[in-house]
Design a protein around this ligand. Structure first.
Ligand SMILES: *Cc1c(COP(=O)(O)O)cnc(C)c1O
Length: 388
């Protein structure tokens, strides 16, 4: 047990005990702060608008599969064969190009474990990603042993692809793109991603996180988005780019966040390594069965997504009418760039039995919920504006 290679002996306290300490990177990792449940307020129904969950829940056919599930005593198929084959049929890609994980976060962890970390010379690989973006990114990058290179968002709240391309160095092994960007909402256009990929060295793995893909697909596009080739679609981009990995999930549109199932799509040069880094049995049979049923009932899920997108557009229109300047959202949430007033807004929402996600002092992210919740949110927004 003697630390032969380290020059300093491990620190001991006065009594000579060594103490149990994690790796040094743990001092720098932010803890994931999950969306909080709403507070109980007398006379008000509570709503959680802080985790971008599907407020309608799984569609009936999927709920039935979950209700009927009994095989909890059996280990799952480690390769999620049924799910990968169902996805292959739906997406028209080879099943070999799909790797499943415990949520798309599980799939992302596999990618980082395979392609980003600390090298034998002690130097860290760099992972470039937009910031503010998904708050799990700095955690999973840090855990992999790699160095985070955070690139500020552009003024419209989207990933700043020019700045991100400029941030790539000799040490960069992975770039994360988030479209639509969580928590601000804008999605990347096809032309913008193509232009970006043309600048990225081909040995750098580019991950396109499409956790909210379904909401984009069923959104009406702006003129600018249409002029730039429409919104980026990972599945069509990966066909042309050997270094692109698409991340998708059943957590958001399909309403299966609690079951933890997501996947990546990439060429065999990449998936070969992901199968090695994947946690064995990460996707349960229940999650697999439910997601296979979700694929079979995509039409019904699309109906839900259309409803959520319509509610989102109603919220955005009402906010803009009231003078709010908010980014164009292509996901199931809206972003209020409230700056220093973010915490105060979250507090006011809490007093009205709504939990929202404050990223103080940047802004507040609010998920589209049931109509009653959305109406109350809009009322709070009006009230909040009048207060200042
Ligand atoms: C919610 C979310 C995910 C991950 O969700 P899983 O439940 O792990 O599939 C990944 N990326 C972004 C941007 C998200 O918002």
């Amino acid at each position: 047990m003697s630390p032969e290679n380290s020059s300093e002996p491990p620190a001991r306290d006065a009594a000579g005990h060594r103490g149990i300490t994690p790796r040094p990177v743990f001092d720098q990792l932010p803890a994931y702060a999950a969306g909080k449940p709403p507070k109980v307020v007398e006379g008000l129904r509570q709503f959680k608008l802080s985790s971008n969950e599907n407020p309608l829940g799984p569609v009936p056919a999927v709920a039935e599969v979950i209700d009927a599930f009994r095989d909890t005593h059996l280990y799952p198929d480690p390769l999620s064969t049924r799910l990968r084959e169902a996805l292959a049929g739906q997406l028209e890609v080879p099943a070999e190009d799909i790797v499943t994980g415990a949520g798309s976060l599980g799939a992302l962890t596999q990618i980082l474990a395979a392609f980003a970390g600390q090298n034998t010379d002690g130097v860290q690989d760099e992972v470039v990603y937009p910031w503010r973006s998904f708050e799990a990114y700095p955690i999973v990058v840090g855990l992999a042993g790699a160095r985070s290179v955070q690139v500020p968002l552009s003024d419209d709240g989207g990933n700043d692809l020019e700045a991100m391309a400029a941030a790539i160095t000799e040490r960069t092994t992975v770039v994360l793109l988030c479209s639509p960007n969580n928590p601000t909402g804008p999605a990347l256009t096809r032309d913008a991603v193509e232009a970006f990929l043309a600048k990225v060295p081909e040995h750098v793995v580019v991950v396109l996180d499409e956790a909210y893909y379904e909401f984009c697909r069923l959104s009406e596009l702006t003129e600018r988005e249409r002029a730039e080739g429409g919104l980026a679609e990972g599945v069509s981009l990966y066909r042309e780019h050997l270094n692109l990995v698409v991340l998708r999930t059943f957590s958001k549109a399909a309403g299966l966040a609690g079951l933890r199932v997501g996947y990546s799509i990439a060429h065999p040069e990449i998936t070969r390594s992901l199968r090695v880094s994947a946690t064995p049995f990460a996707v349960s049979t229940l999650a697999e069965s439910a997601s296979v049923a979700a694929i079979a009932h995509q039409e019904e899920i699309d109906e839900q997504v259309r409803w959520i997108v319509a509610e989102r557009e109603r919220i955005v229109a009402a906010l803009r009418e009231d003078g709010w300047q908010i980014p164009t959202t292509r996901a199931n949430f809206v972003w209020l760039p409230l700056g220093e007033r973010s915490a105060a807004f979250a507090q006011l929402a809490e007093e009205h039995a709504l939990s929202v996600r404050a990223f103080h002092p940047e802004g507040v992210r609010v998920s589209v919920g049931p109509r009653e919740a959305n109406d109350r949110f809009l009322e709070i927004c009006r009230h909040f504006r009048e207060r200042v």
